[in-house]
Design a protein around this ligand. Sequence first.
Ligand SMILES: Nc1ncnc2c1ncn2[C@@H]1O[C@H](COP(=O)(O)OP(=O)(O)OP(=O)(O)O)[C@@H](O)[C@H]1O
Length: 933
Amino acid sequence: MQQQQQQQEQQQIFGRQTADVFHVGAKIWVPRRSVRRQSSRSDGVLAAASNAIFRNTALRDWVAGVVKRVDVGEVEGVILTVEIAESKQLVRIDTEGCYLQNEEDVADLVDSDFLHEPGVLSTLKVRYQKAEIYTFSGTILIAVNPHKPCPHLYTQQQMNLYHSKTLGEQPPHVYAIAEHAFQSMLIENQRQAILISGESGAGKTESAKMVMQYLAHRAKQDNGFIKNGECGRMHNNGSFQGARPIEEQVLESNPLLEAFGNAKTMRNNNSSRFGKFVEMSFGDYGFVRGASIAVFLLERSRVVSINPPERSYHIFYQLTKGATQHQQQKYRLKPPEQFRYLAQSNSFSLGDRDDVEEFRKTMEAMRIVGLTELEQDSVLRIVAAILHLGDVTFSAEDQDSQTHLANEQAEQAARNCADLLEVDVELLKKGLLSRSIDTPHGRIHKPLNKFGAEESRDAFSKTLYSQLFEWLVGAINRKIQMLGSGERRPHTIGILDIYGFESFESNSFEQLCINLANERLQQQFNHHVLQGEQQQYINEGIKWSYVEFIDNQDCLDLLEGSKSNPRQGIFPLIDEACRLPNVTNSDLAISMRTQLKNMTRFESPKRDQSAFTIDHYAGQVHYTTDQLIEKNRDYIVEEHKSIITSSANELIRKLGFQQIGGNQNAELNKRALQRSNSSRSAQSAFKLTSVGYRFRRQLQDLSDTLSECQPLYIRCIKPNPQSQPGEFVFPFVLGQLHALGVLVAVRIACAGFPTRKTYSTFVKRYYMLARQQTKLKNINQNDFNECKTCTVKILQHMEIEGFQMGKTKLFLRAGQLAILEAARGRLLNISATRIQACCKRHQAVKRYQLVKHYIVVIQCCYRGFKGRQLAQQIRKERAALTIQSCYKGYVARQKYRRIISAVRIQRAFRRYQTNFCLAIISGQQTCDFFFQL
Ligand SMILES: Nc1ncnc2c1ncn2[C@@H]1O[C@H](COP(=O)(O)OP(=O)(O)OP(=O)(O)O)[C@@H](O)[C@H]1O
């Protein structure tokens, strides 16, 4: 019993791997709480650390045996340096991370030997210093921002590496997550969502862009349609529509959205000031059919108010610096420092980015998303008009007297603004200086005081800008919209890039909205990764020790109101205050204090009446009630609407009629419509136009969409507050790991059963790994018991242990799926090779027979040819013989003739001799003889 208790204690301190601590080079975790109890002085920390170590007798012996010296160092807070005698290794105890361990580098935290905060931190740091910025934690990808360009990570070759690979087969990368989503979408026929989160500057937008780039590349590869060097959109019927493919248009829309929705902030030079959900829809064979973009909560206040060293939206600087001479005159531009809105901050440049070049890219992006010349001109007109509007200043004798434009410069600015908006300048001035009020006796016009006029001007600027932004998103959506958008679309991948949790010195309405979004997403994450996981174990009857985690439902109830009491929440109270006449922010603060005082996550300090604190999942955030009511009111005032709708410019006129927040993608729009139809009677007219209500509605629609998708998570981490490359600050990262829920997820993933499959799916996929493959292949997939028995056979054959058989599913431990997949891959490879070999053999035999036949034919031909040659030869030889014989005959005849004539002569001579002799004998006869001759 005592031993068991000791073991439990050990496990509490050392996590899973207690055995490892007994050899040199092992790791020790000093629990955070034991350090916290001590003072922050180094000897206090040393004492705390030593206490933690020496609480366990076995450990004490180990430490006594191997640790030679313990020093207190001063690196990143207080660090205890422990020198181990045998290995001469230095291991450290960090008072923030509270750990003592060696450095470890694992690509998946699930494979880590040491599963706790310090271990995870250390692994991330080691990898970060080796420029390995990505690490898996099961299916969650942790991306640590390198804060320097890493082009080698994002090449075509890198993309090809991940093509058709399962998660974990290749090193961690955003491409691995994108590939996993792509494959799951096609194989499992289920919608996918990649949720990217992290604090500002952590690298969410960059990761989202890379995911999109990969999907575009993957879709193109699968589709393989590049026509005459130009790509086009593939229709369902296989026809080809010219122009750039959708995936490229989605990518090209990024510079446009960045120009209008991003700004330089304290934390990030290119901070997205809106949330974005891009949904790409694919055809059955993986080609991109269309896409849609939904944006959330653009930070409107940035248009009219900025603090150094931040900047307003990029487009203002791009236009003022990058416009051509002609544009400068047309839009009456000045340098940015001469416009009042921009001159509020002394920061006009953007680090290494050049606004002039960025302006060129923005204009190019406008062309690519299909804005006509006229529309481009109108967009720039509105941007310039807002700058001029900011220069319209007011003056009044005193608080109650008539307000008028301050001076000639303000008059000129008003004229410029009116000209650019193509409206009547008097109407513009009237709209800025007065407000119409409906009374029982009819509509009356009430002049505004100086403060009111300034508010009216800024509200008009914000309205113009946000309406323009939403129009632009709408224009992009029209260009890239999905083909056949009415159909059921299981083949979609959504990419959510939403602002991270925010906590500044002073937090207002924007932070309330942003943190509400993060609470909701965190809840979804909790439900997906933690609760869903654990619930499954319970449902399936799996033996598993329940890991406690903090549910944030109470925080959501505080923000939005609970089901039982929907009006008792911060947002409903702000809405209520906006609806009632003459309610001030102080009244709102009092109402919050009285109504929410019993809620656990809510605190209101006594000394500051306008402040309240919410205990979010990621830490406490202090808010102020100042301006909450004003910021929540979001309707276009009648005067501003009539100015916009009186414009001679078509686009500007359209902005006046555009529904606020109406840029959502088709599905989110449909949801919103259904919701508003079903509950229209219950909603007050105001509610539908309050920023808070609209934002919550958008979030609900998003949550509903996400709940239909299989989620994949990318958690982005900022390694240091200064955005310096190479620096990894433990406490800073630790806070983010907590806030992103990575640490609990790691523990769950490792200790539990990260892989689960129904028996039939398992048998269907891995039947080939069992001994009697063909028998298993043909089993009845609907017979549960048969599938279960086969599953056991497969696992036994593969010698896999430690798995658990649930009521409906098989549960595998981390890494076991990889073993099965690897074996399956090998087997498929072998089978593929065999099939190839058979095919090749068959082809070779056929080829051989054909060749043999042809060889015989060739031989015949050759022989015939040779025979013919021979015959010819013979014939030639015979002719020669004939000639020879003729010739010889001729020669012989000649010779014969010569011989004959010689014989004749001889005969004649002999006759003559004879006759001569005879003549001598007879003289007479001689004379006759000579006479005869
Ligand atoms: N993978 C990466 N490789 C190189 N640099 C990166 C990477 N990710 C992010 N960065 C750098 O970090 C900066 C901030 O990244 P990013 O704009 O994506 O942050 P964010 O989380 O979207 O911030 P915000 O919420 O403020 O929009 C980028 O401008 C870029 O310089």
